[in-house]
Design a protein around this ligand. Structure first.
Ligand code: GLA
Length: 429
């Protein structure tokens, strides 16, 4: 069984990716911040001025992103989601920001964000209305694309509400062309497949040629059940969706909800590890002005970000489900492999999985070098094919490690890890 899964894994890895949207953007999975999951459609600036959708929110987020090391860690885009516009277009048919909540307008906000060395994202919808009922772009694609370009916007999230599903392809392609025609580099984030799946299997070749990333599945919530449902959906559709990911175009499993209310720390580590393995955009939706230090450290973990941004640009796969463990693997540059082992059993304590069970462990023939990244960084040194190393994982947590085959490193140091069971304060590895 294991061998069959591994062979399939290798075959899928060798399949060619189709052409990406050629706008020079999203060569690595996009990193940034997006307001939706945390701030939703809060337009009540009278009673909740700090959390309502207003220019102040994005300016403060941009300030913190610079001051607190987010920009340095790679988070670049500050993105507006739904509920920013006025209920009406202006007399010339242009979208306009709500004047009370965005008194300076979007252009001034874009200038501010750019002055911080960051980029600004905005949201619109392919149909008659946005999902929250604001004006949609149907009939205005060229006008709206030009408006966004004139304002200096750098990313467009284009939602799929209030549109006949049979017109999704045409609409998403037309908006892609309209953005291109403006001459401004605007990263194009689509929700096309999400709205098409209920009717038929989307055409991922066309999607990759049209969009820089695309949502496939339901909106993320601040809960472990939501994260699990996204991982399950992704794994059960991986042979269809994963080959279409690569530099220029990525599957988008939705925002990171790390730093909010609903996930334990182990579950936050699982989301971070899995989003890196899935080569997903890392768009945080949280309050960076008030985030716990452990969540911040996790989101800024350079070893995990390096996996996410690996130049090989391959999406990982779930390669094994055994004994309530899920093993996910992502091939990295220089023949390395990133491995995430999730303990899906939500009762009891840490449980161990022998590393030899991991399908990709085969690259440890004769030897490999292993670096543990989660739950804490540790060089595990040289391992052999028949290593007895056991990785123990907390309930709903993840052990994340990289494996470098012996051909890729100088075996200058020999450490014997046979029969090793490593412990730290809270985890047996
Ligand atoms: C849809 C999208 C979400 C968010 C909301 C806004 O549900 O999938 O990500 O943009 O609309 O209304």
């Amino acid at each position: 069984m294991c061998t069959v899964v591994f062979v399939l894994f290798v075959i899928v890895l060798l399949s060619p990716v189709t052409e990406a949207l050629d706008n020079g953007l999203a060569l690595n999975p996009t990193m940034g911040w997006l307001h939706w999951e945390r701030f939703m459609c809060n337009t009540d600036c009278d009673t909740d001025p700090s959390n309502c959708i207003s220019e102040r929110l994005y300016m403060q987020m941009a300030d913190v992103m610079v001051k607190e090391g987010w920009r340095e860690a790679g988070y670049e885009y500050v993105c507006i989601d739904d509920c920013w516009p006025s209920q009406q277009r202006d007399a010339q048919g242009h979208l306009q920001a709500d004047p009370k909540r965005f008194p300076g307008g979007i252009k001034q906000l874009a200038d501010y964000v750019h002055s911080k060395g960051l980029k600004l994202g905005i949201y619109a919808d392919i149909g008659t209305h946005t999902c929250a009922g604001y004006p949609g772009s149907l009939g205005y694609y060229e006008t709206d694309a030009q408006t966004f370009a004139d304002w200096g916007v750098d990313l467009l999230k284009f939602d799929g509400c209030y549109m006949k599903w049979t017109l999704l392809e045409e609409g998403y392609v037309n908006m892609s062309k309209a953005l291109n025609k403006t001459g401004r580099s605007i990263l194009y984030s689509c929700e096309w497949p999400l709205y098409e799946w209920p009717f038929h299997q989307p055409n991922y070749t066309a999607i990759r040629e049209t969009c820089n990333h695309w949502r496939n599945f339901a909106d993320v919530y601040d809960s472990w059940s939501s994260i699990k449902s996204i991982m399950d959906w992704t794994a059960s559709h991986q042979s269809i969706i994963a080959p279409s990911a690569g530099p220029g175009g990525w599957n988008d499993p939705d925002m990171l909800v790390i730093g909010n209310f609903g996930l334990s720390h182990a579950q936050q580590e699982s989301q971070m590890a899995l989003w890196a393995i899935m080569a997903a955009p890392l768009l945080m939706s949280n309050d960076l002005r008030d985030i716990c230090p452990r969540s911040k450290e996790l989101l800024q973990n350079r070893h995990i970000i390096a996996i996410s941004q690996d130049p090989l640009g391959k999406q990982g796969y779930r390669t094994l489900k055994v004994n309530s463990f899920a093993v996910w693997e992502r091939p990295l540059s220089k023949s390395r492999l990133a491995v995430a082992v999730l303990n899906m059993q939500e009762i009891g304590g840490p449980r161990g999985l022998p590393v030899g069970t991991v399908p990709g462990w085969k690259i440890c023939d004769p030897q490999c070098n292993v670096t543990l990244i989660l739950p804490q960084y540790k060089e595990l040194g040289i391992q052999a094919l028949h290593s007895k190393l056991v990785i123990a994982v907390n309930p709903s947590g993840t052990a994340l490690f990289t494996v470098t085959p012996s051909s890729s490193f100088e075996a200058h140091q020999h450490m014997d890890w046979h029969d090793t069971y490593i412990t730290d304060k809270r985890t047996v590895l």
